[in-house]
Design a protein around this ligand. Structure first.
Ligand code: CU
Length: 184
């Protein structure tokens, strides 16, 4: 009985400290230099659905790794890769996604993506959610990038790749700079 009480007290304290650390991180790393995120969107979810995917194009000018993701609407987030194994499409979590210098890495349905787990609320079309990405640079230094991501049923500008990028960038923190690096 006594032990139980001590444990739950410790738990409360750890939770509080984690909250402080998060708040501090958000302030001290508000400016992530050299990393650009475009065309970010997260797929709608329905009541009772536990997970959904988020997709975007990330360019790290000097190279970096995407090592973590979180959002207040989810219990936790993971970076996933989706691959065909035989005839079965499988996805698994990876601890780091390599972002080679100057190359745009696409997170999209069927490939790399962000998975938001243990959703706390249904994500409604045309709303936005906060999403925090955590990066590690070549020196191992961590930084975070806070985004507001549109909730949608499909990629910005439609399902095909031939449409105009930048069309939906309202509400995103990434600079409005359409066209760069897109091949048709
Ligand atoms: Cu996934």
């Amino acid at each position: 009985m006594n032990t139980l009480k001590t444990q739950s007290l410790n738990f409360v304290r750890i939770g509080f400290m984690a909250g402080c650390a998060l708040a501090f991180a958000a302030i001290s790393h508000a400016q992530t230099t050299g990393i650009e995120v475009k065309d970010a969107w997260v797929r709608t979810s329905v009541q009772g659905q536990k997970a959904t995917g988020a997709f975007m194009n990330i360019t790290a000018k000097d190279g970096a790794k995407l090592v973590g993701v979180s959002s207040p609407v989810a219990g936790w987030g993971e970076v996933h890769v989706m691959k065909m194994e035989g005839d079965v499409m499988k996805m698994r979590a990876i601890t780091a996604l390599d972002l080679p210098a100057g190359k745009t890495v696409a997170l999209r349905p069927g490939g790399f993506h962000v998975m938001l787990m243990d959703l706390k609320t249904p994500l409604k079309k045309d709303s936005t959610i906060p999403l925090t990405l955590r990066f590690k640079d070549a020196q191992g230094k961590e930084s975070t990038l806070d985004l507001q991501v549109n909730v949608s049923t499909q990629a910005p500008g439609g399902a095909s790749s031939g449409s105009m990028p930048g069309h939906m960038s309202s509400g995103q923190t990434a600079p409005h700079n359409p066209g760069m690096g897109h091949k048709h």
